[in-house]
Design a protein around this ligand. Structure first.
Ligand SMILES: Nc1ncnc2c1ncn2[C@@H]1O[C@H](COP(=O)(O)OP(=O)(O)O)[C@@H](O)[C@H]1O
Ligand SMILES: *[C@@H]1O[C@H](CO)[C@@H](O)[C@H](O)[C@H]1NC(C)=O
Length: 311
């Protein structure tokens, strides 16, 4: 015999409510449960997982911690990370995201834009110029503590950079939305060659890499940043308006850092770390300058793919 209709409806409604409840319970919202800065976690991650970047480590830790703990930031945090490829710029951005958002890089409040992937066509610049500010506005109004990462910043069209400038500035609010809790991270290779030159000079003078200080690199950075007429980023007034809070240099990585990356990669792939395997792999990579072979050409970037051939 079939149960009476009201019972069927009642059971159905109950199940629906339960499904809805469990769905909402797992749904990421802009609150403390999902967004919770782990200061110790970030410190530990940067100290133990980021190799060979003592200058960047210090600047980033101070900048991010200071900003998130400040009750009343006057503007959003804007970091500009510079250095050659594979030196950890994306990686450190991930570490930041992982220590703020429970859902890490998958969080709905973390937005990664890659110039060549998201804004590839010069002809569509007028569309991008409307879209991007709209995305930023829309997302920050949903969650003030949003993180925006722009990879390949030096390949972004100057007009597109201009279109996001208001959001980086000292405004109390723009049309009712305040951007002062947001974090913007720009990644680029700009200045990479000058940073390499400084590191190489230290090496040739027989000085320790760890002696390199931010001030040794600041001239190198600002020279390339202001004088490089080829990269769009610098045409804009981002810099003269002081919208960037910190320029962060990433040093080229040496053989010993490649070893560290290799060992970490083996562990993360579930193998026992094997120094001989990693050294064999590291020796087969390319280093520059040609005679001295001090720095890895591609940093740690190719290691995940390369290692597979050696284990
Ligand atoms: N300094 C570093 N310390 C630890 N791992 C690194 C470092 N640099 C690069 N890696 C590793 O290489 C991968 C690629 O580096 P990535 O951060 O994308 O380089 P970039 O953004 O500077 O071009 C990272 O995911 C990470 O696993
Ligand atoms: C938030 O940003 C994403 C891109 O990361 C975009 O697709 C989405 O439309 C934005 N949301 C709002 C409400 O603007």
């Amino acid at each position: 015999m079939l149960p009476p209709v009201p019972v069927v409806i009642g059971v159905f409604a109950g199940v629906a409510a339960l499904v809805n409840w469990s769905f909402n319970w797992n749904k990421e919202v802009c609150d403390k449960k999902w967004i919770n800065f782990n200061e110790e976690g970030l410190k530990k991650d940067i100290q133990t997982k980021l190799f060979g970047q003592h200058v960047a480590a210090q600047v980033i830790l101070k900048a991010v911690t200071g900003f998130i703990k400040s009750k009343n930031p006057k503007k959003p945090l804007v970091l500009s990370l510079h250095g050659s490829t594979g030196t950890g710029k994306n990686f450190v951005s991930q570490l930041i995201a992982e220590n703020i958002y429970k859902n890490k890089m998958r969080s709905n409040f973390v937005h990664l834009f890659t110039a060549t992937a998201h804004f590839p066509h010069k002809a569509h610049i007028d569309t991008y110029k409307i879209q991007l500010p709209e995305w930023i506005r829309g997302n920050v109004s949903i969650c003030p503590r949003s993180l925006f990462i722009f990879d390949e910043m030096d390949k972004m069209h100057p007009e597109l950079i201009d279109s996001i400038k208001p959001y980086l500035d000292f405004y109390d609010n723009l049309n009712g939305v305040s951007y002062r809790q947001a974090i913007f991270i720009f990644l680029s290779n700009a200045g990479g060659e000058n940073i390499v030159q400084v590191a190489l000079d230290f090496w040739r003078d027989g000085r320790e890499r760890e002696e390199i200080q931010l001030k040794d690199l600041e001239t190198a950075l600002s020279l390339s940043v202001f004088n490089n007429k080829n990269s769009g980023f610098w045409h804009t007034s981002l810099i003269d308006k002081n919208l960037v809070d910190f320029f962060v240099p990433f040093l080229p990585l040496e053989f010993k850092h490649i070893i560290q990356c290799g060992l970490a990669e083996m562990v993360s792939k579930g193998h026992d770390p094997d120094i001989e395997v990693v050294e064999t792999m590291a020796r087969d990579l390319n280093y520059f300058p040609k005679e001295e072979r001090v720095f890895s050409m591609q940093g740690c970037k190719v290691i995940p793919a390369r290692l597979d051939f050696y284990v």
